[in-house]
Design a protein around this ligand. Structure first.
Ligand SMILES: [Zn+2]
Ligand SMILES: [Zn+2]
Length: 568
């Protein structure tokens, strides 16, 4: 039982309370879930000491729930709620803009409990007659369902990764040391079908018992020594494969994929008179095992450099591995700062000081603040006066903390491509991120021109989340990306790779294109709170999928180099 398990359980409670329309309790559970997630102490210790109520958001009632959960691995109250609200209903919450209140209304008035039923009702125009809905919201619902269908039953990488890591930690704690996440999560694809986990052990029963006792397993679909499949309470399917330790590396290779990559490897094996399958690398008569335990040794035995999982898509990595010319992929420790962070001054939740302290704690050499600009009312954009005052404050803070705090801004790109602050103001900032947040719907030509105009502004440093997509919710705006990359090169503008789980924008392919054209990329957390500075991890993963090396990335520069770059 880890802190993240407890936090996950409390979030599920919050979701159920939301469906029940109990806003107050929903907020209480969310607060508690967040409090637990941010603990730096093991929650089991706190429970033992009777100190659960020292966690922000945890009162007496919730502390009882946590205690029961830690002792028994479940919560009776949660089980009751799960029965009250079928999983299909929570599925409806995935439709953009359809909140719990509306879902319950549809459920009561029209008996709708599945996406399919809702689609039919909307198509037959039965939704528009319900109080609180109209023609417009009916059309929005249909549009939302269309997005959901296109996205399929896929999860965002960020969600899948945290679930998979929690399961792995749970099973590992039952004395199963050889275990890892496999499949497309290990390759860090931006969306994930189901969670794949691989175990190497000679005691499969113990691993299976541990797996199905994970608190969020709602149903065991099938189980056996080879593979066990379960469904989680949120509907996610997780598969655990078990192999003998001697085959662990070969199985890991096989179940990490991609299929295309593996097909190529098997072909190389055959050319060498060998045979590769999920049990190992053998000589042709299937007698002698050449390699199997260790993935790296299998690559070596095939005459290849080890290929990092993020590259295994048959996009040229095999050729590069044959000639030992794979890129030296960027890692988290190469990142020296984060330049896209919002503070309390606009719609962020942390003060400048808190951001700076967290940046130092993460081992960065500098940090950059980028609040929204004045036109963005919904995100409390800063007036010119407030912004300029904050430049001053940031520089004082730098001196006081002896840690560079750069003052920039995330400036809106207006409809005609001009920026939302005057040049006089922009000139006084350390850097400028130019982003589109409003008026997405324009033709491809016009939008491309709008961004090119913004990049031609001499103060623009970085183009923020360049395509504007929100994975599973909104397509990127119509855009000629080749022209944008060309423009970035001409104007020496850096393109952002935004690490928000539903953005990952630029994506892997466009990041690689930028690199090939000699355009730098900036990895960004776009954090609106301290905890979101963690988003940088997903930016790094996506950058790795885009073949980026430290030298391709703006915030891998040392502070000195960055200063030179910004002064130009
Ligand atoms: Zn933005
Ligand atoms: Zn932002």
């Amino acid at each position: 039982m880890t802190n993240s398990d407890v936090s996950r359980m409390l979030y599920e409670f919050a979701e159920m309370m939301d469906l029940r329309g109990e806003v107050f309790r929903k907020n209480a559970y969310s607060r508690a879930a967040k409090g637990v997630a941010e603990l730096d102490q093991d929650i089991r210790e706190l429970a033992e000491e009777g100190q659960l109520q020292t966690i922000p958001g945890v009162g007496e009632g919730i502390s009882l729930v946590i205690n029961e959960f830690i002792k028994t691995g479940k919560s009776d109250k949660l089980e009751e709620l799960r029965n009250e609200f079928p999983a299909e209903l929570t599925e409806l919450m995935r439709i953009p803009d359809l909140g719990p209140r509306k879902i319950m209304l549809l459920h009561r008035e029209l008996g709708i409990s599945t996406v399919e039923e809702l689609k039919r009702a909307a198509e037959q125009h039965r939704v528009r007659h319900i109080k609180g809905f109209g023609e417009k919201s009916e059309a929005n619902i249909l549009q939302g369902i269309k997005m959901l269908e296109k996205f399929g039953h896929r999860m965002l990488l960020g969600d899948a990764l945290s679930l998979a890591e929690a399961i792995v930690a749970h099973v590992r704690s039952h004395d199963i040391p050889l275990i890892t996440v496999a499949g497309s999560i290990r390759r860090m694809r931006e969306t994930i079908g189901d969670v794949d986990i691989l175990v190497g052990t000679d005691t499969p029963e113990r691993a299976i018992d541990a797996f199905i006792s994970y608190p969020f397993v709602a149903e065991v679909i099938s189980w056996g020594e080879g593979m066990t499949i379960v469904r989680m309470s949120d509907g996610t399917q997780a598969d655990m494969r078990i192999v003998p330790p001697d085959s662990y590396g070969a199985a890991l290779l096989h179940f990490t994929g991609s299929r295309e990559h593996n097909v190529r490897l098997r072909r190389i094996a055959i050319q060498k008179g060998l045979k590769l399958n999920e049990y190992g690398l053998f000589d042709m008569d299937d007698v002698n095992l050449i390699a199997g335990k260790d993935e790296t040794v299998i690559y070596e035995s095939l005459g290849l450099s080890f290929i990092p999982p993020e590259l295994r898509e048959d996009r040229g990595e095999i050729e590069a591995a044959v000639s030992h010319q794979l890129p030296q992929l960027i890692t988290l420790s190469d990142v020296r700062g984060d330049l896209h962070i919002h503070t309390l001054m606009s719609d962020g939740r942390a003060t400048m000081r808190e951001v700076a302290q967290e940046a130092r704690r993460r081992g960065y050499e500098y940090v950059g603040l980028a609040d929204h600009s004045k036109s963005l009312g919904i995100a409390s954009g800063l007036s010119e006066d407030d912004l300029l005052a904050s430049v001053e404050q940031a520089h004082h803070l730098s001196e006081e903390l002896d840690f560079p705090v750069l003052r920039g801004a995330e400036v809106d790109i207006l409809e005609d491509g001009s920026l939302d602050y005057s040049d006089d103001v922009l000139e006084q900032l350390d850097f400028v991120i130019a982003s589109v947040h409003l008026r997405f719907k324009m033709g491809r030509k016009k939008m491309t021109k709008r961004l090119l105009t913004a990049m031609s502004n001499e103060y623009t440093t970085i183009l923020g989340h360049p395509t504007g997509r929100l994975i599973g919710r909104r397509e990127g705006y119509a855009l000629d990306m080749d022209k944008i990359i060309e423009g970035a090169k001409d104007h020496r503008v850096v393109l952002e790779l935004n690490g928000f789980s539903d953005r990952l924008d630029l994506d892997d392919l466009n990041s690689r294109k930028a690199k090939e054209q000699g355009v730098m990329v900036a990895l960004a957390s776009d954090a609106h709170g301290i905890e979101q500075m963690e988003n940088i991890n997903l930016a790094v993963s996506t950058a790795r999928r885009g073949w980026l090396e430290p030298r391709d990335v703006l915030n891998c520069l040392t502070f000195k180099e960055l200063q030179t770059f910004l002064e130009r």
